[in-house]
Design a protein. Sequence first.
Length: 556
Amino acid sequence: MPIETLVPSLAEEPNPLRRWPERDGQPNRIEPVAKPHFDAPFRLIEGEAIFTIGSCFARHIEQSLSDRGFAIPVLELLKQDSAFFDVDSAFLNNYGTPSIAQELAWALDESCPFDPSTALAELVPGGFVDMHLFGRIKPVAYDVALKRREAIRAVTRRIMECRVVIITLGLAEVWYDRRAGVYLNVTPRQPLQLREPDRYELRVLTFDETLHHLRRALELIRTHGRPDVQVLMTVSPVPMTQTFRPIDVAVANTYSKSVLRTAAEHAVFEYDNVHYFPSFESVMLSDRHLAWREDLIHVTQELVDVNVERMVSAFAEDSPLDGLETRELLAEIDRRAAGDARRKWQMMRDRIQNASDKVFASDYLKLAMRYREYDLAQKALDQAPFDDVRRSIEQADLLIRRGEFKQALALLRKMPVRYEDPEFLEGHARRYWRLSVDCYASLGQLEAAENAARRWHRTPMKEGASYQIFLALARAHRRHGTDQSALHYFERAVALFTSDNILLEYADALVMSGRTIEAQNVLDGTTCTTRGAQMRKEELLLFLPPLKVASAEPST
């Protein structure tokens, strides 16, 4: 049976998207970033909870949604439960439709309990792994593994509270546990395969099997979720990193994604609350240099942001930004971003035509350089109505970020001598000398860098801001191997200002100089308010000798 039967009417307006676009000198919806059209039959409510489940692409989506102010239960689990402090969100990936359905069943269906006797395996003596979690998680004690699974079950049950569920489909090549009679979410660890060689088998799912498990997941959501639940579904563009079949991984991946995409299409036609979002098509059809990171596996953050922004803009209740005057547009973007720089950049990125306005150009240029969109930064700078001083400063900054230090220094030196007068440079004086320090330091001209730093120090600045000068010099000396000078400037920097990153950088320099006791003291005073800072601190602690414990026995 066909999934859809149409009888086109000649009286109807033809579909304007029915033809594939051509290169005719005009912008099109395929190149360089593909933006296929999609319908938005419901609206997102600002700040509402959105449940995400699926492959690693779901992790990209949920982080971007969180940046926009939506509540993401999965991310809350990582922040609140101590059992997950040393793992990242990838451990929650569910790659195949059997795994997605199974995860939901464990949480929602009492007749389908999680069985720790088969799901938790002792990989090393006293060290257990969950056979349904990300394969690179370290073995932990049995009670910790069980606690993690209970926490995952609890957070998955929160799908019942969410009006919006996002599912990303990842693989059709999955592993099966013959003894337990369940599909695994990841490849069994090699020691486990060697221990029980007949227990696990690879299964390449057919379309019917893929759709069967997808239907099961959707039925669980419909049965146990809210009556108004809406499901947004997509296929993850992230390819298989390897195949266990005796064929090219590119061929295996094409089969896998084709089966998943077809299953998603069927689900959309079968369920009136299931909708397809074409992020898969957007990534696969876009310029590969824009779409993929250097590993050719993971999607660039920029393209993830483009797709999430398109989704949120289409489904959100906010009115469109098109048609606003430049200053009104910037004010509305600021309001919606609410201080979130990435969110602001996502809304500004495709509006470079507004860079002819000085205020808009200033914000655009700063964000483009922050997120390493250097070509867009150059276009904005060429269009911006800046005076010669500002234009030269911005151009030098852009050249430095590109790593073109000689060109940047030559540009700064071309500026007339009077530009070195702080009174003439006015607000640009600090940037002029900071950029000069960066250039000299990167070119190994440390004496010139210190001379420029002294000029920088004489420019008006906020109280305490001079730590930036010492930090720049510390990094310059460390880069060129003059460790004692680097530590001298680190000490001066942290005396004026401290943050997790600066303290960790200082501790790292102390460790590499063999001053381990001082490094330990610095690390003891580092609070580490983020997961990344905590992980970096733990890595540095590995290089320190163990603390000596004082003996409880009296000395003789």
